[in-house]
Design a protein around this ligand. Structure first.
Ligand code: 3PY
Length: 259
């Protein structure tokens, strides 16, 4: 899979993402053309259904950028839909135990010697095109090349993070700082200034790197993204469509009103 996400994985260098919350093929294509390594299609909190996920995966992958799908939950059928649509990686929210992580891996892997309990069904009719592969080559390579990200974003997830990080098949642990702050009893938006959230973040990063896995973190601006890379995170998004649109339009509206 000669795609950007895979190259970033090999290089262990910083990999920059963008975050889609709106539906639309044209939007996905436009954002993918702006230079990110990957674009995340947010089916958890975004306004994006199954139909739009298919369209956006096609728009992003045909731009030579890796589509990542954040699932609404850890349901095996959702894993199957995203992978069959051609996701290069799935991100599963709210991972809290080793057993949950193992089940996510099993649902994303075809049965094989390394993953004998894998139960992904065969029927990936559209995924090969998202990798420029034949159907046969997709089947042969999917278990190693499709990446599995889980989000650590709750007190329980942090408590079990060392075990989760060591689950075979989990490629990345990605911190959701807003949910993490909320789970620890703080206002979500205060995550950056809350010492307990920062301590939990350090623990997750340490456990992830010790297990030889990739570390990811959510960020809304360039300065925060750069800070996260410096700390040792590999995968960071820099912004989200709705955030950019809201900031830009509200600034213009205020400017006109002030004239
Ligand atoms: C969080 O901040 O909780 C996330 O999951 C990113 O949106």
């Amino acid at each position: 899979l000669q795609q950007s996400l895979e190259q970033a994985k090999d290089n262990r260098g910083p990999s920059l993402g963008q975050w889609l919350t709106f539906p639309g093929h044209a939007l996905a294509k436009t954002i993918a053309s702006l230079g990110p390594d990957w674009v995340l299609i947010d089916c958890e909190h975004g306004h994006i259904d199954d139909h739009d996920m298919y369209l956006q995966i096609s728009a992003i992958s045909s731009s030579g950028v890796s589509p990542v799908v954040r699932l609404p939950a850890d349901e095996p059928w959702m894993v199957k839909r995203a992978l069959d649509a051609g996701a290069h990686a799935i991100m599963v929210p709210m991972c809290e135990t080793k057993e949950q992580a193992q089940r996510i891996v099993e649902s994303a892997k075809y049965p094989s010697k390394r993953y004998p309990t894998g139960f992904r069904g065969t029927g990936a009719m559209f995924a090969p095109a998202a990798f420029n592969l034949t159907g046969r080559d997709y089947l042969l390579n999917a278990n190693t090349n499709v990446m599995i990200f889980v989000q650590i974003e709750s007190r329980k997830g942090v408590e079990n993070v060392e075990e989760i990080a060591n689950v075979d098949g989990i490629d990345m642990l990605f911190i959701g700082p807003n949910d993490l702050a909320s789970s620890l009893g703080y206002v979500a938006f205060d995550h950056a200034t809350t010492p307990e959230v920062q301590e939990a973040t350090e623990r997750v990063l340490k456990a992830t790197l010790a297990a030889g896995k990739y570390a990811g973190h959510f960020a809304l601006d360039a300065a925060t993204a750069a800070e996260r890379y410096k700390k040792g995170f590999h995968f960071v998004n820099c912004g989200a469509d709705i955030v950019a649109l809201t900031a830009s339009i509200s600034a213009e509206v205020q400017r006109v009103k002030a004239l």
